[in-house]
Unconditional design. Structure first.
Length: 304
């Protein structure tokens, strides 16, 4: 069919109307269609057409009159002028345009969950790339040996050389990679170095452990079993249940001399020489005020 000017558009229009009974008091009535425009309706009360906006308003499918219509049976008539949404119960795929259906229009459970879709796609990817993954497995295994956790490492099939010339650093040279790293003692929290960590010897089976050292004034609070080097006396000493005492080292002197046996000349803390033991000191000896040296029966203290 030919048209003069633009071809008119097509729309769906379904004639419809609502009837309500006026009560003389009720001003609001619920429409059967969701309408928000008063101009989309033609409203008659007792067969008299009402003026939109001034006589009534519409919002969310609810018509509200400025004055309550008079009482009557079906004396309020609402005629729909706008198009209506037509609901189809049987729609074929051929009637739906591509991309016209959104996720909000689908019932719950119609499509698999996002996780399930991802897992399915991921499984296909892994299967397609399984040969590549298998080929790279030796690389993963080799790289795992390069991971160092908490300052510890394992060197497999490699000889290690440990240099213990400095207490505050240990250098480990790996023959297989010529790599080196330094572990600083001051990076460790106090008390974090266990006795097993101090059991160190050089690669050729000889060497020594460097003990904590300090002056007499720098002695820490005693804990039974503690050992240290006293730089004031030039002696090794250990702490028993009550005091620090020499644990060996013998005589000392200049160079390689072993001539002098050193002892302190002031008693600053209470001490008991137990029965069955003798003590020898080079005098003179000063016993501080309020300090007692108790010599048990069967014990002797000789000051020369």
């Amino acid at each position: 069919m030919a048209y003069l000017g633009n071809e008119p558009g097509l729309t769906n229009f379904v004639l419809g109307l609502d009837r309500f009974n006026g009560t003389g008091a009720c001003t609001q009535f619920t429409l059967t269609r969701t309408i928000d425009d008063a101009n989309a309706l033609e409203v008659l009360v007792n067969s008299i057409q009402q003026d939109p906006i001034s006589s009534y308003s519409v919002s969310g499918g609810l018509v509200t009159f400025t004055e309550a219509p008079s009482s009557g049976s079906n004396n309020i008539v609402v005629i729909y002028r706008s198009t209506a949404t037509i609901t189809f119960t049987n729609v074929t795929t051929a009637q739906i345009a591509d991309g016209a259906v959104t996720s909000s229009k689908l019932a719950s459970g119609v499509l698999p969950s996002t996780v399930a879709v991802f897992n399915t796609a991921n499984a296909a990817f892994l299967q397609a790339n399984s040969s590549s993954i298998a080929a790279n497995t030796p690389s993963h295994v080799a790289n795992s040996a390069a991971i160092y956790a908490n300052g510890a490492f394992t060197a497999a099939n490699a000889a290690s050389a440990v240099d213990t010339t400095q207490n505050n650093s240990i250098t480990v040279a790996l023959n297989t990679s010529n790599a080196a790293f330094t572990t600083a003692n001051n990076a460790n929290a106090n008390g974090s170095i266990t006795a097993a960590k101090l059991d160190i010897k050089s690669a050729n089976g000889v060497g020594a452990v460097i003990l904590p050292a300090g002056t007499t004034a720098q002695r820490p609070s005693g804990t039974s079993g503690s050992i240290r080097y006293n730089s004031s006396t030039g002696q090794f000493e250990g702490y028993t249940t009550s005091a620090w005492g020499s644990i060996g080292g013998g005589a000392t002197g200049g160079g390689n001399d072993t001539v002098f046996f050193l002892n302190s000349n002031t008693v600053t803390a209470n001490y008991t020489i137990t029965s069955g033991y003798n003590a020898l000191s080079a005098g003179p000896i000063t016993i501080n005020a309020n300090v007692t040296v108790n010599i048990s029966n069967g014990a002797n203290w000789v000051v020369v």
